[in-house]
Structures are given as structure tokens and as C-alpha cells.
Design a protein around this ligand. Structure first.
Ligand code: HEM
Length: 333
């Protein structure tokens, strides 16, 4: 495939076009999707999305992380088709109330605001799913991470499934083998598990998602023996051993929680992963070797993150006549 990266609308608006752009185009194009899909029908799409993400992050830095996670939680539940964005209706319960999303998934208003602006510029042309895909890419870039071109043309699904969200999304309490199996069932691989876990370089987790590591890991009142002692002390301060601390927040990557960098991997090497599932990447030879590699080679992590994101963004997509272009991301037309 020969596409001129410099003429691509979405990347042109960013001044720095990474040289590995071409590599992505050659290696990771999806024949059903097209980098120029909206160039004729919605030429300002990239700018509208970027402005929406930029202004959201300017208001609250954490929204970069929240948008990235929203895209992941969309793609792992019946594919990237915007199901997570749907409110509950008389036909389905919706995914927002599923256990991994309830009081946790956030950033919906950012997508609504972008969609409103996109609808004003080009009504009924751009799917909510493509907006979320672009927004998560822009969020990573604006948080200091890599940029990668996103092929477009996904359509929006017509339903959402709470049970699928409960079963398909990985839990921080399940063993690495189960998490890996969930990724493999989506067409991803072990390397993608490690690379995409690097998303935890930004954002926050509620104490309830890791508190059992701090006070009673073994049922006999002891903490997780792997957890670094000084991190244990500071996490116990943030999350006292009482129920009302459950929704308090701790940074997933304490060193640089708002910067998309590779220090998450350094933390794992230093037994300072926040979630049990993060630190578990050091418990298997293959994943530990990758963690060690990315901790030493930040550029390799940046490059591989873009590749794995493009793979994730292609899971179970709807194209052609399937699905629809929603007018309101929260409702089926
Ligand atoms: C590998 C299995 C994974 C598990 C078990 C997991 C679990 C979690 C948990 C428990 C939280 C905290 C949620 C809360 O307390 O409200 C979280 C946050 C987050 N996750 Fe993951 N995650 C995984 C993979 C991923 C992937 C693949 C991505 C994206 C590519 C991702 C992106 C994020 C981000 C950015 C946050 C912070 C969100 C915010 O601050 O709003 N995670 N994850």
C-alpha cells in the first residue's frame, strides 16, 4: 500500500509526523478501513476531535487516561462499535453499569461534546466509534505519548451487553493466564498484553481495586510480600483500612501519573506496580522479559504501543452496511 503520510488529514494537523508513520501504513492497514475515509465527507474531523480532547485535558488532565480506557472497554466487549457509549434502554441494560465500568468508566461527556461539534460540521457521517478511536489516540499524544495514524470507517453497533462487559473485561484480581486468554480471544497476543498494559502509565485507580494487597493479602493480615515497602507505606496512607476509603484514588504510575512515558515498566521492575495484575507481568518469564525491555527502551515502547493500539482498534469492527452512524452516541437512532 502506498499512501503519503504527509497528506493524511488526521496526522497533518500535528506538526510532528513520526517517521514510523509509513511503517504502520505498510504493516497494519485493515482492508475494511481507510485512512482517508472521511477526507471528502468530513474534512475537519481530525481538528474537531483534537480540539475536543485538548480542551477536555486542559480542564482535567486525567481525562486523557479516561478516554484511553473507554476505548479499551469498548473494543473488548463485542468489538469496537461504541457499545460502551450507549445508555441503558428498554431493549438492553447497557455496559455502563457493568462491574468494571460502574462508578469507574468516565469521559462520556467529552465524546458527547465532540460528537455535537462533528454533527454540526458533517451530520450523520462520522460514527461515535471512530470518534472514540481518534480521541484515544489524541489523548495519548497530548499526554506526551506516541502518535499513530488511525484507519477509519467503523460503524456504530445497535446494542450493548452488560453480561459481556462483566465477562470479557479483565479484572485486576484475576491471574495473568486468564487476562492473557482474554486478549488472545480478541485476536491479540502476549506481547499486546504487556504493551497495552503500559497504558497504566497514566491515570488513577480506586483503592478498592488494590486494597487487598495492603492489609490482608494472605488471609492472615499481611500485605502482598512483593509490594515495595515504601510504596506500601504511602498506599496505606492513601487508602486506610476502612470501607470509606474504597473510592479514593491512587496514581497507577506514581512517578509520572499524567505523562505518557515508559516509567510504568520501571515501576514493575522495582516491585512498585499498583494493581496485582500489573505486578503479575513480572511473574512470567516471557512477560517479564518484555517489561524489562520496555523499561530500558522507551522508544520501542512508544512504537509498539501504536502498533498494538491499531490492532486493538480493529477488534470486531462493523463496516459497510452493518450497524449505523448514530446521531447521539448515547442512543441507537
Ligand atoms: C491487562 C488487563 C487490565 C486490567 C486488569 C485493568 C484494570 C484496571 C483497573 C482496575 C483500573 C482502575 C479503575 C478504577 O479504579 O476506577 C484501570 C484503569 C485504567 N486502565 Fe486498565 N486494565 C487493564 C488493561 C488496560 C488496557 C489494555 C488499557 C488501554 C489500552 C487500560 C487503560 C487504563 C487507563 C488509562 C486507566 C486509568 C483511567 C482513569 O484514570 O480514568 N487498561 N485499569
Amino acid at each position: 500500500m502506498t499512501i503519503d503520510c504527509k497528506n493524511m488529514n488526521q496526522s497533518a494537523a500535528f506538526s510532528a509526523i513520526p517517521f514510523f508513520c509509513l511503517l504502520f501504513l505498510v504493516s497494519f492497514g485493515n482492508s475494511q478501513l481507510d485512512y482517508k475515509y472521511y477526507d471528502a465527507t468530513c474534512p475537519n474531523l481530525a481538528k474537531i476531535v483534537r480540539y475536543g480532547v485538548w480542551s477536555a485535558i486542559a480542564n482535567e488532565t486525567r481525562l486523557a487516561a479516561s478516554l484511553l480506557r473507554l476505548h479499551f472497554h469498548d473494543c473488548f466487549v463485542n468489538g469496537c462499535e461504541g457499545s460502551i457509549l450507549l445508555d441503558a434502554s428498554s431493549n438492553f441494560t447497557g455496559e455502563k453499569n457493568a462491574f468494571p465500568n460502574r462508578n469507574s468508566a468516565r469521559g462520556f461527556e467529552v465524546i458527547d461534546a465532540i460528537k455535537d461539534n462533528v454533527e454540526k460540521a458533517c451530520p450523520s457521517i462520522v460514527s461515535c466509534t471512530d470518534i472514540l478511536t481518534l480521541a484515544s489516540r489524541d489523548a495519548v499524544f497530548l499526554a506526551g505519548g506516541p502518535f499513530w495514524p488511525v484507519p477509519l470507517g467503523r460503524r456504530d453497533g445497535l446494542t450493548a451487553t452488560e453480561t459481556a462487559a462483566n465477562t470479557n473485561l479483565p479484572s485486576p484480581f484475576e491471574p495473568l493466564e486468564n487476562i492473557t486468554a482474554k486478549f488472545i480471544s480478541k485476536g491479540l497476543d502476549v506481547k499486546d498484553v504487556v504493551v497495552l498494559s503500559g497504558a497504566h502509565t497514566i491515570g488513577f485507580a480506586q483503592c478498592s481495586t488494590f486494597k487487598q494487597r495492603l492489609f490482608n493479602f494472605d488471609g492472615a493480615g499481611n500485605p502482598d510480600p512483593i509490594l515495595d515497602a515504601s510504596l506500601l507505606g504511602s498506599l496505606r496512607n492513601m487508602c486506610p483500612n476502612q470501607d470509606d476509603s474504597d473510592s479514593k484514588l491512587a496514581p497507577l504510575d506514581a512517578a509520572t501519573s499524567s505523562k505518557f512515558d515508559s516509567s510504568y515498566f520501571n515501576s514493575l521492575v522495582n516491585n512498585s506496580g499498583l494493581l496485582q495484575s500489573d505486578q503479575a507481568l513480572m511473574s512470567d518469564n516471557k512477560t517479564a522479559a518484555l517489561v524489562s525491555l520496555y523499561s530500558k527502551l522507551p522508544f520501542l515502547f512508544s512504537k509498539d504501543f501504536g502498533k498494538s493500539m491499531v490492532k486493538m482498534s480493529n477488534i470486531g469492527i462493523l463496516t459497510g452496511q452493518n450497524g449505523e452512524i448514530r446521531k447521539n452516541c448515547r442512543l441507537v437512532n
